[in-house]
Design a protein around this ligand. Structure first.
Ligand SMILES: *Cc1c(COP(=O)(O)O)cnc(C)c1O
Length: 483
């Protein structure tokens, strides 16, 4: 079966529009950006970053004043982006000593930082305990023992929060789930009881300041958040009953979803899992109502509520511009090769869907169906799922009766539509734009196949564009090699 997501509509009120058939971001012409800065190029909208920060702070603080939004910096730790968010009043979540280092350079104070991770190293613990950060979210009993040793050595009290496993499945596909004991994250309630004993026995070195949970990413089902809130309300009450001091905060983690297309109708002609995974009604106002409000009502005004959104803060703030470098004809359809593949946009490798349009022919309605591939010497570097398509074909060849269940097989095994809709006039040299690439992209670029990482610019409605990440160069390929 042919699966094509519809190209139109693609516009987004405020920041993605067209002018003279060209894609504009915050009024800036994307073709001109490529002429000036080269391709491939990430383009972040400063106005959209600021809008998202205001949107979450206003909505969450309206229902609970003591809400703290710690942006998950692994979603985008570019210094310019971090500085914009700091300026907007966000705090930060870091996942490693390296992210802690960047947070400090961006100007975040230690009490603005929470530290996550499943295998924190001794030197990282030493750095954050010496600095006196807001909370270390403890993932295991072995880590707590390590923290105790380090804090005692430093003669300082470590502020710890315990990551609980709420046994809730979040995220629409396998691999997006982090809140169950079959995942690698967090501690069971029995382990936490033991952790609390250890904390209470060492009050000079350890203080339990909070409880933490994080249940997945791109969770598009509101009942999952309601279940998380219900679980945490009960659990916080149990933990509080054991403490000689009040618990300072409850950390609800991140995982909030954003849309990856402009309208539901984009996904009308493809398998249902695309809209289940990539379309959502959930916004920060709904999360305030169904997640923050019940927690605040049950636990009172004094408790601080922390959230750690990553994807939902940045995914829709950036586009990737990439040029067509080659063309072939296969099975009667054109195949276009872009200069950006999974070394530039890593989520492509795990089959993430990104909407695509021709920035040079943005409003064309005369369209064709084509295949789109990346430039890497790897067969999975494609904007369709050749491995999944092959697996379905193999299974049906092996067991013809399975043909009846083709739709189910495709749902489970094929993660990208096999064709893309682009203008019929699309040709060599055109600039293709991929939307909603602001999360988990800059941080995950690699130099695989000796390719250079993409540059990034920030556009600002008043000031135009400025470089926020330089393009990789040949000499960067030698930066870490020693001979
Ligand atoms: C990755 C991560 C986040 C952010 O997740 P998003 O899905 O990007 O919002 C928040 N908290 C923890 C502990 C994480 O590991």
């Amino acid at each position: 079966m042919s699966e094509v997501v519809s190209l139109h509509p693609w516009k987004r009120a405020q920041h993605l529009e067209s002018g003279h058939n060209q894609l504009l971001i915050d009024g800036v012409n994307t073709r001109e950006l490529v002429e000036r800065y080269g391709s491939p190029l990430f383009v972040y909208s400063e106005a959209k970053l600021r809008h998202n920060a205001r949107d979450i702070l206003d909505n969450f603080r309206r229902v609970h004043a003591k809400t703290r939004v710690c942006f998950a910096s692994k979603a985008c730790a570019n210094l310019a982006v971090l500085k914009v968010f700091k300026d907007c009043g966000l705090d930060l979540e870091v996942n490693s000593g390296g992210e802690f280092y960047k947070a400090q350079i961006a100007g975040f104070a230690p009490l603005q930082l929470v530290f996550n991770g499943v295998a924190k190293q001794v030197h990282e613990l030493r750095e954050v305990i010496a600095a006196g950060i807001k909370a270390i979210n403890v993932d295991s009993l072995s880590e707590l023992a390590r923290i105790l040793t380090v804090a005692a050595e430093l003669g300082q009290q470590a502020r710890v929060s315990l990551r609980i496993i709420p046994e809730i499945q979040g995220g629409a596909a396998a691999g997006w789930q982090t809140g169950t004991s079959t995942s690698k994250f967090g501690m069971t309630t029995a382990e936490q009881a033991e952790a609390i004993d250890l904390i209470l026995a060492n009050p000079g070195a350890l203080k339990l300041v909070g409880v933490h949970a994080h249940i997945g990413t791109q969770i598009t089902d509101i009942s999952v958040y309601q279940a998380e809130a219900n679980f945490l309300i009960d659990y916080v009450r149990q933990v509080s009953a054991r403490l000689p001091y009040p618990l300072e905060h409850v950390n609800l983690g991140g995982g909030f979803p954003k849309n990856y297309s402009s309208a539901q109708e984009n996904f009308d002609s493809v398998a249902a899992h695309y809209s289940a995974n990539y379309r959502t009604e959930i916004d920060f106002a709904q999360l305030a109502e169904h997640l923050i409000k019940p927690m605040a009502q049950a636990l009172g005004e004094q408790i601080e509520l922390i959230v750690e959104p990553g994807r939902s803060m940045v995914s829709d703030t950036a586009i990737l511009l990439t040029r067509i470098e080659a063309r072939k004809e296969r099975q009667g359809r054109p195949v276009f090769y872009l200069d950006a593949g999974y070394s530039v946009l890593f989520d492509l490798y795990i089959g993430w869907y990104f909407h695509m349009l021709n920035a040079s022919r943005a409003d064309d309605r005369d369209t064709q169906h084509c295949r789109i591939a990346g430039p890497l010497c790897d067969s999975s570097d494609t904007y369709y799922d050749i491995e999944g398509e092959g697996a379905v074909a193999d299974l049906i060849a092996e067991q013809p009766a399975l043909a009846e269940h083709r739709a189910v097989l495709e749902k489970v095994l094929v993660h990208q539509p096999n064709l893309r809709e682009l203008p019929a006039a699309t040709e060599m040299g055109d600039v293709i734009a991929l939307l909603d690439v602001g999360a988990y992209a800059l941080e995950m670029m690699s130099q695989y196949c000796g390719r250079q990482s993409a540059a990034a610019v920030m556009v600002d409605v008043q000031q135009g564009s400025r470089l926020i990440r330089r393009r990789g160069e040949y000499r960067d390929l030698l930066a870490l090699d020693v001979d």
